[in-house]
Design a protein around this ligand. Sequence first.
Ligand code: NAD
Ligand code: ZN
Length: 345
Amino acid sequence: MSNEMKALVKARPEPGLWMERRPVPEIGPDDVLIRIRKTGICGTDIHIWNWDEWAARTVPIPLVTGHEFAGEIVELGRNVEGLSIGQRCSGEGHLIGKQSRQSRAGKFHLDPATRGIGVNEPGAFAQYLRLPAFNVVPLPDEIDDDIGAILDPLGNAVHTALSFDMVGEDVMITGAGPIGIMAGAIARHVGARHVVITDVNPARLALAAEVVDVVPVNVTDEDLKDVIARLKMKQGFDVGMEMSGNQAALDQMVEAMVMGGRIAMLGIPPGKSPVDWSRIVFKAITIKGVYGREIFETWYKMIAMLQNGLDVRKVITHRFDVDEFEAGFAVMRSGKSGKVVLDWG
Ligand code: NAD
Ligand code: ZN
């Protein structure tokens, strides 16, 4: 193995990412070294590419970016047990501390000291990634590298979708981005009745309808009240998943919920946004904020569902060789894609 690798680096405080030669990471006693095979481009990576205010505040320069990956273990730290060279894997990109009350209670995803690969720490857009063995998630043979590379955002969708019981319930999803669409697939898989997904982008709604059996609604020209009547629903939606980060979408969701409805909120509004709290109180609505994936319960459930018929493959709309990463980012930034996967060869 040469000591150098290709990596997509945030090298300068301006829009763009740059392919550079970097040293292969050295691993510690509790780490593994993973040879990356496929990576997914995330909305977060677009923020980092664009170098918006959040990225400038959060990301140290220079940094190897990327956090959605599938690969193969090529080196084991001396304390690592239960993993082997050649094991195909994905992994949890949130590096947690083990000192907090939450971690010591086994609620690793609630550790306040969490740091993200590709955001705060060197990431997966590289030929090799160093990862604590604790974070590794082995992939069964049925889950290929393409799906392995999107388990991080699928995990966001699974975490959100399993927040509230959806069996026999009417479910509304705002935002038909890749995560909203995958959440629709999960809602179907676990036995929701009606699954309605909203967006303002016709291309995204068309993709949603192609990937999963959902009712797509373009809220720029269709009224949700008409949709509720058409589906012969009596009151409104029992469970909501906010996956757009758009303030208007949350307002519409609250309006379309039943009394006592439950909303899981994954979407991240830009800065502070006005909320009609009295409406939420008088409708007795529960809102749960969702961050990341439950470590590792979400991963367990996600893999089990994939082995049992959950199909999200069509949400991957574009594949590029990593040397064409600029084309991959361009299609992702156009809003006309689902997930974009880069092949590291
Ligand atoms: P995305 O940006 O690809 O999709 C968002 C979709 O919302 C877009 O298709 C957009 O057209 C649509 N939208 C905009 N305005 C709308 C409106 N008024 N009504 C309905 N839809 C509207 O994002 P994604 O990658 O699918 O992620 C979904 C959200 O989850 C984003 O806000 C993202 O920042 C957030 N996120 C949160 C976490 C977390 O841990 N909490 C993790 C990953 C992503
Ligand atoms: Zn991501």
